[in-house]
Design a protein around this ligand. Structure first.
Ligand code: GLC
Length: 714
């Protein structure tokens, strides 16, 4: 075992000979350290057991099911294409191995290991947190800090700054697997414009490809994509096409031919390119662990950037494998042998399971190989790096192609380290109320693991959404950096206009509210990423009361807001826990009525036609008039809604929203200070943002008295 520390006194224990995943960017310094954890090695696996006291909270683990407190559940880190996020699932698309145990004292742990880890967070024995690392080569980071918030900030520092998309990526996006051709996409765009619903862009699912081939564009259905993208862009609209991990095996297909020629594909045990089956039938998987392959694949995004595309989603990169030919043949053979036989329960189950369990078998991942620094590793040994390195490849490629222009990039599979290269959506959820609730639970956990450009498929991907669920989901998603309504082919459409007039009106208002809040959401995003702090926080990160620890359907956004969406059907409101006195605001009402909420639990009326959130004491939020897209947002007349008892300060961050100049300090700040005087407020504004000319204030005090003020910044 080697022991190291990082600059900020984070301890690092090196076991065996770990693969350098690139998750941590800070340098390790040799140091003599002792590890007091209960660690055992058995049959090549490592077992760690940590005692939990009844008061300990366990935070983190990123893209997983379960609440904000991860106790009482089993989890597994092994990225998987899991379309059914049901209660007993232990693993999804992400492998985010950072967690914090917080009670009397708080300690953070990061296991830097590229494949399977199993966690029993007090499931079988409520006082025991048992971890099984399925290997013996890994780094274990131990992070001490004054509390969970401090530890998560320290962790964000050592893994490096998260990906920053362009400002337009904060708009509203419509998506659907099943917009079969340009005309259908155009129709969606026209309806959005006609119905006056803001729209930033449309995601193109695999329907745009020719026979599911990466970097191909169907001549028949999406001819002249360049002209199409350019026409849409004139109206400020972006197209965001998908790219899948598997490359179709087909003689004459350029990507396949180049991949073979350049030796870019993962190998099977005989040293031949490995063949799995995904959308187009047989595919090879690029070996993203090789730098040459990263460069090669990354350069292929040129096909899209040449069409004026500035955003991409990487999919099926766990990688998902529908089946291997041999496994399917065996299943068919068993079925043929079963034909006409009197099958008992076991033979019948075997027959059925042979087909239902055909996808993503563990054995597939054991049977293909990557090359890392000239050495061979099975995919199983580095499994969780696949989506990460595919997205790294895309990021490096797009950075070269688009030079100093930022781009939108999201991936389905991820592990820590990937957060520097792209954002994520939370995969194939369903149009279920429980998945709306899951969405809010996951936000702080994802932030803790470095993922900030995040969002779920609003309305749900699988299953049929209804107007009520879509509206409720939008009431939450208007706060998430990635706001995309996406659904699966075969399910009912769920664009905001396909339901009733009432749903259309409510959705339109909510999406408009999102645009009004973009200056604030963007500012909070950028400050969190630049300062290595969480954008979404559990209540317990700010409030010590025991009740704050039990709430996971309410979260804090920045230091200003608390959000508490309604996650149940047939409700006209919900109970909300106020850990301190706050200001309730009905944002959609023209005069924005407010009401002071005392500390404690209160029932809040929250209808489908509303948009409500809560402003913390001595805080404010800036907003603007809504617009049809980000480009047209007019910050000239900024508005501020403040809840001030004595003094409130807000620093509104802004920049050009498209280049990387902000890194060199080219950004704007508008510092607003509101100080309560005996019967008035003093307002001090220091503004270097030329686009902000006037600021009008609505200030509410703790007795719900309102004061209006207006100042010019010129
Ligand atoms: C995967 C993606 C989903 C996409 C579908 C078709 O299931 O997660 O978002 O629509 O593939 O490409």
């Amino acid at each position: 075992m080697g022991t190291y520390k990082l600059k900020n006194d984070i301890k690092v224990f090196k076991y065996g000979n770990p693969i350098e995943t690139g998750a941590v960017v800070e340098e390790k310094i040799k140091a003599e350290l002792e590890n007091n954890l209960d660690i055992k090695f058995e049959k090549g696996h490592c077992k760690i057991s940590i005692k939990l006291s009844s008061k300990d909270m366990v935070y983190g683990l990123g893209g997983n099911l379960g609440g904000i407190n991860k106790r009482g559940r089993l989890y597994e880190s092994y990225c998987i294409d899991e379309p059914l996020h049901i209660e007993d699932r232990t693993k999804l698309y992400a492998a985010h191995n950072f967690f914090i145990i917080s009670g009397e004292k708080s300690t953070g742990y990061f296991i830097d290991f590229p494949t399977r880890i199993k966690y029993d967070v007090g499931y079988y024995n409520e006082n025991c947190f048992n971890i099984e690392i399925c290997g013996k080569d890994f780094y274990l980071y131990i992070i001490e800090g004054k509390d969970a918030k401090d530890i998560s900030n320290k962790f964000l520092h050592i893994i490096g700054r998260s990906y920053i998309p362009p400002k337009w990526a904060f708009g509203y996006f419509q998506s659907r697997w099943g917009y079969r051709n340009k005309e259908e996409v155009k129709k969606v765009y026209h309806i959005f414009r006609e119905k006056d619903i803001p729209l930033e862009g449309i995601y193109l699912d695999l329907d745009y490809m020719d026979d599911f081939k990466d970097f191909s564009i169907s001549e028949e259905r999406f001819s002249d994509l360049k002209g199409f993208a350019s026409d849409l862009k004139k109206d400020g609209l972006y197209l965001v096409p998908i790219i899948d991990a598997g490359v179709k095996v087909e003689e004459g297909y350029d990507i396949y031919e180049e991949g073979i020629e350049g030796d870019h594909f993962c190998k099977d045990k005989y040293g031949k390119p490995y063949e799995g089956v995904v959308w187009p039938g047989k595919v090879h998987f690029p070996d993203f662990m090789k730098e040459e392959t990263q460069d090669w694949f990354g350069s292929k995004y040129k096909v899209l950037t040449d069409c004026g595309i500035e955003g991409v989603w990487n999919d099926m990169n766990e990688p998902a494998i529908f089946y291997e030919q041999e496994a399917l043949d065996e299943a068919i053979q068993y079925a043929e042998e079963s034909k006409g036989k009197n099958l008992n329960v076991f033979s019948y189950f075997k027959l059925k399971d042979n087909f239902t369990n055909l996808a993503n078998k563990d054995s597939y991942y054991e049977s293909f190989y990557h090359e890392i620094d000239g050495k061979k590793f099975s995919n199983d040994e580095v499994h969780n790096l696949y989506g990460y390195y595919m997205t790294k490849s895309a990021n490096l490629g797009l950075t070269k192609l688009l030079r100093d222009k930022r781009f939108l990039l999201i991936s389905r599979a991820s592990s820590i380290g990937m957060h520097r290269y792209g954002g994520i959506w939370t995969g194939d959820n369903s149009s279920w109320w429980s998945h709306l609730e899951q969405n809010i639970n996951m936000l702080p956990s994802l932030n803790m693991c470095g993922f900030f450009y995040i969002g779920a498929d609003t309305g749900g991907f699988g299953g049929n959404c209804n107007g009520e669920l879509l509206t409720r989901w939008l009431q939450l998603s208007v706060f998430t950096p990635l706001l995309r309504n996406h659904s699966a082919v075969g399910c009912n459409n769920q664009e905001p206009y396909v339901f009733t007039e009432e749903v259309l009106v409510n959705s339109r208002n909510l999406i408009k509210a999102r645009y009004s809040l973009i200056p604030y959401i963007y500012s909070e995003y950028m400050k969190s990423v630049m300062d290595y702090t969480l954008m979404f926080k559990p209540l317990s990160f700010e409030f010590g009361e025991s009740l704050a620890k039990e709430i996971d359907d309410q979260v804090l956004l920045g230091d200003q807001l608390m959000i508490a969406p309604v996650c149940k059907p047939n409700r006209r409101g919900r109970y909300v826990y106020f850990p301190e006195k706050m200001l309730e605001i009905s944002f959609l009402d023209e005069d924005m009525p407010t009401s002071i909420k005392e500390k404690g639990i209160q029932y809040i009326e929250y209808g489908l036609e509303d948009f409500k959130f809560f402003i913390r004491k001595n805080s404010m939020i800036p907003y603007v008039k809504p617009s049809k897209n980000v480009k047209e947002l007019d910050q000239q007349n900024l508005k501020v809604l403040a809840y001030v008892d004595d003094e409130a300060v807000y620093n509104l961050y802004d920049d050009d929203g498209q280049s990387y100049d902000f890194i060199e300090g080219k950004n704007y700040s508008t510092e607003i200070k509101i100080i309560k005087k005996t019967d008035d407020y003093e307002i001090i504004v220091e503004n270097d943002n030329p686009s902000i000319k006037n600021i009008s204030f609505k200030i509410i005090d703790s007795k719900n008295n309102t004061t209006h003020k207006e100042i010019s910044t010129c």
